[in-house]
Design a protein around this ligand. Sequence first.
Ligand SMILES: *Cc1c(COP(=O)(O)O)cnc(C)c1O
Length: 379
Amino acid sequence: MKFETKVIHAGIEPDPATGAIMTPIYQTSTYVQEAPGKHKGYEYARTQNPTRSVLEANLAALENGVKGICFASGLAAMDAVMKLLEPGDEVISTYELYGGSYRLMTQLFTRYGIKAHFIDLNDKTLLRNHINDKTKLIWIETPTNPMLSILDIKYICNLARKHKIITCVDNTFASPYLQNPIDLGADLVHHSATKYLAGHSDVILGAIVSNDKELAERLYFIQNASGAVPGPQDCFLTLRGIKTLHLRVQRACDNALEIAGFLKKQKRVDKVFYPGFKDAPNHQIAKRQMKHYGAMVSFNLKSDTKRAANRVLNKTKLFSLAESLGGVESLIGHPASMTHASIPKKERLSIGLTDSLIRLSVGVEHVDDLIADLKSALN
Ligand SMILES: *Cc1c(COP(=O)(O)O)cnc(C)c1O
């Protein structure tokens, strides 16, 4: 089945009780049993919920995995992956990663004896030097936030496999329409479904897709034991959002390509960060592992101050100033004072995250209107 068909049909059957074509919201906490232990496969809604099961099956199909496991948020999903580890285990992670993921590893799991190394995963020697007997997980995020760097998923996963290390790719920025890490050798795929999957800025939800039955069983155990499950209404909204994933992401990518080109020609703009440019670092890897280059574009200004950035941020009318990404509407943000404010300035500058860096989440509006909005804000 092709992707465009899977988003609408994979794992989705008319409701067996009524024939309802749309998966119902099973808003219930428990299920009546015929006799003790004699039931229809559903006992208690933390453990099983039919709306959630359909979403899990659909996500597994979209990522070409074996099983999907859904959580209350993207970070709850990552928390479950971290709980596969034991005290003494080590994680190697990209150093350019979502701030909340960094916080989870450094401020929570270090307290339970799990050590994380944050390195440039593009540096093959550095990566090899960090692998040892204690390494149990490699955490990959690509494209990265907010610099939109690209990591070679296939290379890292192949290397990890040789050392029996689990790999998990945070695929939030790409979405399964653009990139399928399991096809490139990953064991697990992580999603903040809050972003492109749900796609309408109205849900918080997370998911892991596993390529391995045994890992999936362990994650289901954690899902039930820790209990960070999403509610049925949020599962329904995510399922509804996914039905148009291919249309939304395709249009947003087309818009982003034009906007990146427009920004490159502006006299006030210094650098544009967008993996679709032929001269972007790792452009060839992006071309190989992604279907398009995504709908996120970052740029900084020649006048490299927060004040200069603020002048642009305050003037856009269609691009709303907000954190998050992946919705139908365009957003604009200032990583240095918003999403990445907790990172020391020296570290920020070392990855190119300067004071004037502006991040765009390009939506599906008409591109002419979006460009006009940026043009008037820049001038
Ligand atoms: C938003 C985000 C997360 C966290 O997801 P939540 O749903 O907000 O918990 C993790 N990784 C990336 C790349 C994100 O953008």
